[in-house]
Design a protein. Structure first.
Length: 160
């Protein structure tokens, strides 16, 4: 049986991030896109990262180019673009598919555990998944849910 902690994902340079290394952390996973109209959410995600990283929150951004080609950046240029345009310092991953035959295993797992209103597909950029300290997916948030609206859920899971 697949659990969150059995999964891994590549960072932009190709180095693996083993999800088991996140045991005991609250994890917020977001499919991102630098040219999306929702890209201002990067600032809100960074704010959550700055406020809660030392208290046990990990924010992981998975860039995705499956929605209207809104992620034209390469893995090599993405982190720089996100830092320059949005102040991002949280961990970005390599570009990944979130739907279709090449769905990244992290998103296949999350969609299975937390199907959305319209089934298991990811509707658009900036769909968010919140995972508790035990690796259990707790809540899925729509692309329109701003990071500030997720904060109370994060605080509760962190126990602060």
């Amino acid at each position: 049986m697949t659990t969150f902690y059995n999964l891994s994902a590549a960072k932009p340079a190709g180095d693996p991030l083993l999800m088991e290394s996140l045991k005991g952390k609250v994890v917020l996973i977001v499919n991102t896109a630098t040219k999306c109209g929702l890209a201002p959410q990067f600032e809100g995600l960074e704010r959550l990262h700055q406020l809660y990283a030392k208290k046990g929150l990990v924010v992981l951004g998975f860039p995705c180019d499956q929605f209207a080609n809104q992620e034209p950046e390469t893995n090599e240029s993405m982190a720089h673009t996100c830092q320059k345009n949005h102040g991002v310092t949280f961990q970005l991953m390599a570009k990944s598919d979130v739907n279709g035959p090449n769905t990244h295993p992290v998103f296949a797992f999350l969609k299975e555990q937390l199907p959305g209103t319209f089934g298991k597909r990811i509707k658009w950029n900036f769909t968010k998944f919140l995972i508790d300290k035990d690796g259990v997916p707790i809540k899925r948030f729509s692309p329109l849910a701003k990071p500030d609206a997720i904060e109370r859920h994060i605080v509760k899971l962190l126990g602060i």
